[in-house]
Design a protein around this ligand. Structure first.
Ligand SMILES: [Ca+2]
Ligand SMILES: [Ca+2]
Ligand SMILES: [Ca+2]
Length: 379
């Protein structure tokens, strides 16, 4: 296939898939981890990034089948050779909007200050119908607090705003509600936005109610597009007109790119990847989103051979947007900065599996009752 040829002949590093699912159909993979005794068909752009192995070695109708007691499965490769993102555009005008937005971002945001600001929008995950008098099983603010304490404070001089549903367990700067979040996204100017909560294809829950696709369409933070990382279920389901692509498609604001899960997410597991992503972003010189996504997976790659939650998270987390987009207050330190929309930007190293000396599989899989629970609401 073209990407494999380009990687071998040109040393390709970054690939922007040019089209939404109607233009460039996704490769669906089958995953039997969830639901129990069932399976899920997952649109998996990781397929375009991992060029070794054979995603359908047994030649049947199903891709990326794991080895089971009764089948040999496929030989899917989960170690990226290239870093992939998708431009979810279906028309020339949408493509023009996409490119113009990236160009504006890369030309104006570097050193602008606001890109050095992070916004958290975290709600209580369990119980799902949390009310202030309830006990808390799992607060999304826990995952935000972990970032602040472990990465932002020790590694950066970044400003951060913590919008949480409750301050019962973790200190917050403001209560999280839909109207407050809309106002903050429009007027607050943030480089990084991290939502932690429930979600589904067309919504993400932000404390009191859902933030919908129309809310993403109507954002007006033009010239201050943010990198959006969402820990929720399915709002990156790009085989629909999903919430995370609507943030990116908005010509008047929204996100420059978004990262999230295309189907269900398992919060404790997904948080491990999220922490890796932000640790790499805040505590190293790495700043390109495509590579950050790959690096966030790397410590867990040894766990993907099993038909377990890490395999699920690898297949589900995806990038909507240009994989070379960089968090721009870190651009000055990026001496390898290339051109916009790079395809074939040669760097000395190619695969993430060669880049770092960390051993794979340093964390063991765990299956808590909470981890088995979906975190979507309204779907
Ligand atoms: Ca197969
Ligand atoms: Ca590989
Ligand atoms: Ca779509």
């Amino acid at each position: 296939m073209f990407i494999r040829d380009a990687y071998e002949k040109w040393g390709l590093d970054y690939v922007l898939l040019g089209g939404d699912s109607d233009v460039l159909p996704p490769r669906y993979v089958i995953n039997t981890f969830y639901p129990t005794n069932g399976s899920t068909s997952i649109p998996c752009d990781l397929y375009f990034a991992c060029l070794d192995g054979n995603w359908n070695a047994d030649g049947d109708a199903f891709f990326a089948e794991p080895v089971t007691a009764t089948t040999t499965g496929d030989l899917a490769d989960f170690a990226e050779e290239v870093y992939v993102g998708r431009a979810t555009v279906s028309s020339l005008s949408a493509a023009t909007t996409f490119v113009n937005k990236v160009m504006t971002y890369e030309n104006t945001a570097a050193g602008a200050g606001w890109t050095n600001r992070a916004l958290f929008a975290a709600e209580v995950l369990f119980p799902e119908d949390f009310h202030i008098q309830n006990y808390i099983i799992l607060d999304g603010a826990k995952f935000a607090d972990e970032q602040v304490v472990n990465h932002i404070i020790p590694c950066t001089d970044m400003q951060y705003t913590r919008m949480y549903e409750t301050d019962l367990l973790y200190p917050r700067d403001a209560p999280l509600t839909r109207s407050a979040l809309v106002d903050t996204l429009n007027n607050g100017r943030y480089g990084i936005v991290n939502q932690i909560g429930h979600g589904y294809y067309f919504n993400m829950s932000v404390g009191d109610v859902n933030f919908m696709t129309t809310d993403a369409d109507n954002l007006t933070n033009s010239g201050h597009s943010f990198v959006l990382y969402a820990l929720n279920c399915a709002s990156a389901a790009f085989d629909n007109s999903c919430l995370l692509e609507r943030f990116v498609q908005n010509p008047n604001g929204g996100a420059i790119c978004s990262l999230g899960s295309v189907r269900a997410a398992f919060p404790n597991n997904a948080n491990s990847y999220q922490q890796e992503f932000f640790s790499e972003l805040y505590c190293t010189t790495e700043n390109r989103v495509g590579r950050l996504l790959a690096l966030s997976r790397l410590p867990f790659i040894g766990l993907t051979a099993n038909n377990y939650v890490d395999r699920w998270t690898f297949e589900n987390y995806t990038l909507i947007g240009d994989p070379t987009v960089a968090d721009l207050d870190r651009v000055a330190a990026d001496r390898e900065r290339g051109r916009t929309l790079v395809i074939g930007h040669r760097r000395p190293e190619r695969g993430v599996h060669r880049d770092r000396g960390r051993s794979a599989g340093r964390r063991r899989p765990r299956l808590s009752a909470e981890n088995r629970a979906r975190i979507w609401r309204g779907g």
